[in-house]
Design a protein around this ligand. Structure first.
Ligand SMILES: [Fe+2]
Ligand SMILES: [Fe+2]
Length: 276
């Protein structure tokens, strides 16, 4: 009997997906340039961003002794690798419309390689925890906000984003538990969150301007107004509503599972027809 067979099953599955994104409308989100490019912008972060998460967790997995967490690390790596692959396939849609997402992805690759050179293993894992908090809380909003998701007018992209959103919530505690299990403390966790926040929003702002400019939409004020309203509106802005969960991360006893999303995940697994 090998060591693995005595381990418990992972808390969540790895689903094999294989999307194809040909013949998708250019402005597939709300028929709007700003919002479609905002989602394209997020997608461009994933192929190398999620590889960075996997590398950060994989680097310390030998230090983890808890059998359940070991299995969850493997499932986490499986899910994130599949997200990287499918967000790379997203480029087919982009290429069809002359949107050069591959170039943006390569900028992320260079940025993360640079960051890897000047950081410790612990800091990279803390940055992964910070970004996993962003992805989990953004994903939770997608799962909750039919007012937004019904504006995705492409069935394949809708499935991609909702599948990814479910899985980000299923595995939201793994990197954090690994961080704690390998001796990660509060100071590095919140310091890396502060640094990561500045970098994350700096990159998103830069990429958004780039995508709009390349598409000849930089001065489309109507689209800016609509998009900024959807992102930053006081009551229902997609980003505004991240503020409270974001601040919660700075609480000393914070844990990602303090915020229970299991019902939401279950509801969406049924909606997308997943058997597990
Ligand atoms: Fe992911
Ligand atoms: Fe993730």
């Amino acid at each position: 009997m090998t060591a693995n067979t005595s381990l418990p099953p992972a808390s969540f599955p790895v689903r094999r997906m294989d999307f194809s994104f040909a013949q998708t409308d250019k402005y597939w989100f709300a028929e709007d340039p700003f919002m479609s490019h905002f989602m394209n912008n997020l997608s461009s972060l994933f192929p190398y961003g999620e590889k960075f998460f996997v590398d950060s967790v994989r680097a310390v997995r030998d230090q983890v002794t808890d059998p359940q967490l070991k299995k969850d690390i493997s499932a986490f790596i499986g899910q994130e690798a599949m997200h990287s692959k499918e967000h790379a396939a997203y480029n087919d849609y982009a290429a069809e419309h002359g949107i050069d997402l591959e170039r943006l992805e390569l900028r992320i690759k260079v940025l993360l390689e640079w960051m890897t050179r000047f950081s410790t293993q612990k800091q990279r894992l803390a940055a992964t925890c910070a970004l996993e908090h962003f992805t989990a809380t953004m994903a939770e909003q997608l799962l909750q906000r039919e007012d937004l998701t019904t504006q995705m007018n492409d069935a394949k992209l809708y499935q991609l984003w909702m599948w990814h959103a479910i899985e980000e919530n299923e595995h939201k505690a793994v990197a954090y538990d690994v961080y704690q299990a390998t001796g990660g403390g509060y100071f590095t966790r919140v310091l890396m969150m502060a640094i990561t926040t500045l970098t994350f929003f700096g990159v998103i702002g830069w990429f958004q301007l780039h995508l709009l400019r390349k598409d000849g939409q930089l001065f489309n004020w109507r689209s800016w107004k609509k998009g900024l309203g959807m992102l930053l509106g006081l009551r229902n802005g997609f980003l505004s509503r991240l503020l409270l969960p974001y601040l919660d991360y700075y609480r000393p006893g914070f844990h990602p599972n303090d915020h229970d999303t299991r019902h939401l995940e279950q509801d969406w697994r049924q909606r997308l027809g997943f058997s597990d």
